[in-house]
Write a protein that binds this ligand. Structure first.
Ligand SMILES: Cc1ncc(COP(=O)(O)O)c(C=O)c1O
Length: 403
């Protein structure tokens, strides 16, 4: 297979994003003939033992990579991160109702808003349910160095006596380019952290640094950044929170569509209905490769090294570049967002950014434009991007500065 053009290209897209070439080559063979079965992987029955073995292996490798304890289920679902905006809420409300026997009325649910994706999740919760509390909105603080970012101890959390059904946050904001410091959730008040189920959207930074699964009730992530093709969304959920929503009767939340009910997925080993076979297969190959190449520890070292190259450039040239995230300890190691300034006015300049995009494209560095809602530049340095590729990007930034 000819990979020449691919090898000359650096794809910095935010997702779907680049995948390792060796994985794709193996997958291209698997599409034609999966491990000598004479059947391509996308033609396998999801009820076949061949597919079930593939799924089990993918789950076991992911468990090893993320140190997922046995009292957590791992689900391979469809619907994307967007579907989890509602699924997490509805399943946690059901778990709450089962625990409290529907007593005490509709519980509050707490949302941390730190960027575009957590804001979307919060809005979806407001569409579906009444007592939704935005405990903090740190979007402005993140962009403004003069405004400190409120620590978890300062968030306007529901009282534990109100028995909140969950706290929701997004660990890495793909559009804004911000990422929570790693110990942020550990800074929540002890009693709150012990009693309130914590839900994390880790779609754009999973497997790039360790995450303490045990602190969470649910950790979920779409595949299409650090894992595999779009189409599979992985949900890691504490088993004691997996309940039958039809067995609890309350007036304050609706019946949950069957494909959103975690219990259906758990009881059927993620095979309640036809799963996204190809994305699961490729994700499994990525897990296997990552385990072989040093796991999350190595991925984290690489993510730190790659992002440091870019952030150092921004710091060294403040008259040319301006990081969107003003607070250095909040800057994402996956999605690095910045503006390019006009030399005369010192203001962000669409024209300068267009010049930079053009320079990148001339050197086959592609998909560097920021999300349409924020503009500017976004460099997504996911796990599949090598250190050498990051160095090429930084040398283009250097060239741009000189010009
Ligand atoms: C952090 C985060 N959450 C959720 C989503 C939504 O994922 P999907 O488009 O698969 O529904 C995205 C998409 O990029 C994302 O980056």
């Amino acid at each position: 297979m000819n990979t020449d053009a691919r090898e000359q290209t650096v794809n910095l897209g935010a997702g779907p994003s680049m995948l390792p070439t060796d994985v794709l080559l193996e997958a291209s063979q698997g599409i034609i003939d999966y491990e000598g079965t004479g059947i391509g992987v996308t033609e396998l029955s999801h009820r076949s033992s061949t597919f079930k073995n593939l799924l089990t292996q993918a789950e076991n490798d992911l468990r090893a990579l993320l140190d997922i304890p046995s009292d957590y289920a791992v689900l391979f679902l469809q619907g994307g991160g967007t579907e989890q905006f509602s699924a997490t809420l509805l399943n946690m409300l059901a778990a709450h109702a089962a625990k409290h026997q529907g007593q005490g009325g509709a519980p509050p649910v707490d949302y941390v808003v730190s960027g575009a994706w957590s804001s979307k999740a919060y809005k979806e919760a407001c569409r579906l349910y009444g007592p939704v509390r935005q405990v903090v909105d740190m979007r402005k603080n993140i962009r403004d160095a003069s405004q400190p970012i409120p620590a978890p101890s300062a968030w306007n959390l529901s009282s534990v006596d109100e028995n909140p059904a969950m706290l929701y946050y997004c660990d890495n904001e793909t559009i804004d380019g911000s990422e929570f410091p790693q110990d942020f959730i550990h800074q929540l008040p002890e009693e709150y952290r012990q009693r309130v189920p914590i839900v994390a959207d880790c779609s754009s930074n999973i497997l790039s640094r360790p995450i303490d699964i045990r602190t969470h009730a649910v950790v979920y992530f779409g595949a299409q950044k650090n894992i595999g093709p779009s189409g599979v969304t992985i949900v890691v959920v504490r088993r004691d929170l997996v309940v039958d929503p039809d067995a609890v009767h309350t007036s304050y939340f609706p019946r949950i569509p069957t494909t959103l009910v975690y219990k259906n997925a758990v009881d059927n080993g993620s095979l309640y209905n036809t799963p996204p076979i190809f994305p699961i297969y490729v994700s499994g190959l990525v897990f296997k490769k990552l385990r072989k190449e040093g796991g999350v520890t190595r991925a984290q070292e690489l993510a730190q090294a790659k992002s440091k190259l870019v952030y150092d450039m921004l710091e060294q040239h403040p008259s040319v570049f301006q990081a969107n995230v003003a607070h250095a300890h909040f800057r994402s190691k996956m999605n690095l967002t910045f503006r390019i300034l006009d030399a005369n006015t010192g203001e962000p300049s669409d024209a300068e950014e267009a010049r930079f995009v053009k320079l990148c494209e001339e050197h086959k560095v592609v998909q560097v434009k920021g999300h349409r809602s924020v503009g500017g530049i976004r460099l997504s340095l996911y796990n599949a991007l090598t250190l050498e590729m990051a160095q090429k990007v930084v040398s283009l930034m250097q060239q741009f500065v000189k010009a």
